[in-house]
Design a protein around this ligand. Structure first.
Ligand code: URA
Length: 507
């Protein structure tokens, strides 16, 4: 006979990682306690990488339920120390993208929003899959430190209004471990895992508000529009439930954003924009990017006039930036995203008004000032931005168009892999990346170009690393006789109501 006093005692069965792998493999739903166990084990590295990887693959294949995603996000957020931005005396707002090729908007929106009175505590990531990482790009600046202590993070924010740092063993350690494993195990493209990874970092920064840039199209982790919409709704609803005001913009990743994709070359493209350097044709031709058809943010796009006032002499472009079609998409998207940040940060009455303020900060030099102050405060040598000798790739090759016609389509994921294979990305966790590697694209989707015209310049670590990117580039770009349809830069905006209505329709 069992002892009757034991029958009603709560039994705390120990949790075993092998059971959690089998449960997800068999399409089960993990409880909050099980998710907590897994996340604590990832953060403390007490669960071995092979078991975490097996679970990640099961989650990738079988998906995660809404409750699991919420529990994973919160447990990852709570896996380490948190930042308290209340001492900054400003509304704390950030922007995060779901990952793209040539996506360097962080370098623009963080200083722009800070210059407009918003605090921007940004915890970013490294290269993931075919996409580049904000931290890898920043570390191309000699001396720039991304792993700051929380006190140092606060000091930079107090001084400059913006700071871009990495997760550390103290800050969101679970994401540091899981992110690196996902990168190496083909488990990146999962809405639930992306949501938890991004939001854990953003919520640990104690943000008041968040602007999400959810990519869709051939270079996005979730290429199909309906998947990107689900991710946008999921992230907005999850962040709002955790108390952070959040909006998500669905934006085009059907081609690289701007002209450069790599490390140093992306920073230089951003600095050039903040210095007011644009191809002359664009400085006189406002609105030269594809039309936007999204409802509320459309006016913000309309307010993006030419950067330089009429008649003002433009500074000469750096050689990297002399792409004939320029980077108007990058400039416009940055102003739209920054406009939302400024609006949610209480420094403008609407996203459109925020966008106008953002444009002022870009044109009057105040964004550049914040950016340079932030780089210097984090140990970076800002003299490198004025040193034409600094960019020293191991090997350079111009790729010419192999036929004449319109650039009809780009497989931007393949272009992203081409960029990574120049040496700009890493083959194994922890390996360094080549700061000088990457690709500058000289023509954009919809451009008509002649055979023999330069299509891209490849900067690789060595001659041996030129052939794979060239082969990938040739596979990734398709020509046609007719101009392709223009694709809007921003197609949809999800706020809390839209996100919840979207998710309710799925239930
Ligand atoms: N950015 C992140 O931080 N995590 C992801 O999973 C994807 C993009």
């Amino acid at each position: 006979m069992p002892d009757p006093s034991l029958i009603h005692m709560p039994i705390h069965m120990p949790i075993h990682m092998i059971d959690l792998i089998r449960k997800k493999r068999d399409r089960g739903t993990l409880s909050e306690a099980e998710i907590g166990f897994l996340v604590r084990g990832a953060a403390s590295e007490s669960i071995p990488p092979e078991q975490l990887s097996a679970w990640l693959m099961a989650a990738w294949l079988n998906g995660l339920q809404l409750d699991e995603i919420r529990a994973l996000t919160v447990a990852m957020r709570d896996s380490g120390a948190k930042f308290d931005p209340s001492r900054l005396g400003k509304v704390a707002v950030d922007k995060h993208s779901t990952g793209g090729v040539g996506d360097k908007t962080s370098f623009l929106v963080a200083p722009i929003a800070a210059a407009c009175g918003v605090a921007v505590p940004m915890i970013s990531g490294r290269a993931l899959g075919h996409t580049g990482g904000t931290l890898d790009k920043l570390e191309a600046i000699p001396g720039y430190r991304t792993a700051l202590s929380l006190d140092e993070f606060e000091a930079v924010l107090q001084k400059c209004g913006a700071s871009i740092v990495s997760q550390t063993p103290a800050l969101v350690p679970a994401d540091r471990v899981l992110y690196a494993l996902r990168d190496r195990t083909g488990t990146v493209e999962s809405p639930g895992l992306i949501c938890a990874s991004i939001l854990s970092k953003k919520l640990a920064a104690g943000l008041d508000a968040l602007v999400l840039d959810v990519k869709t199209g051939s270079g996005a982790f979730l290429r199909r529009r309906e998947d990107a919409e689900y991710l946008a709704a999921l992230m907005v609803a999850t962040a709002e439930a955790a108390g952070t005001r959040t909006v998500a913009l669905l934006t085009d990743m059907g081609q690289p954003l701007g002209s450069a994709a790599g490390n140093w070359i992306e920073l230089m493209e951003s600095v050039d924009l903040m210095r007011g350097q644009r191809p002359e044709s664009l400085s006189k031709k406002p609105g030269s990017v594809t039309g936007h058809d999204f409802s509320r943010a459309v006016n913000a796009a309309k307010s993006t006039r030419a950067l330089a006032p009429e008649g003002e002499a433009l500074r000469p472009l750096s050689p990297l930036q002399q792409a004939p079609t320029g980077n108007e998409d990058l400039r416009q998207l940055s102003l739209i995203l920054a406009g939302w940040m400024i609006y949610l940060g209480g420094q403008a009455d609407s996203p459109e008004a925020g966008s106008s303020r953002a444009e002022q900060a870009l044109t009057n030099g105040s964004a550049l000032e914040v950016f340079l102050a932030m780089v210097a405060a984090q140990g970076g040598d800002i003299a490198a931005f004025d040193d034409p000798e600094f960019h020293k790739p191991g090997a350079t090759q111009v790729v010419e168009a192999w036929e004449s016609g319109y650039i009809a389509a780009m497989d931007t994921t393949m272009l992203g892999w081409a960029v990574q294979r120049t040496g700009a990305g890493r083959e194994k966790v922890g390996l360094p990346v080549d700061p000088h590697a990457g690709i500058v694209f000289h023509a954009r989707r919809g451009a008509h170009i002649e055979k023999g015209q330069p299509l891209a310049t490849i900067y690789a670590t060595s001659q041996a690393l030129l052939s794979e990117p060239i082969a990938l580039l040739k596979q990734a770009i398709a020509f046609s006789d007719a101009a392709p349809e223009a694709v809007p830069l921003v197609s949809t905006v999800f706020t809390q109501n839209e996100a919840e209505a979207f998710l309710n329709r799925l239930l």
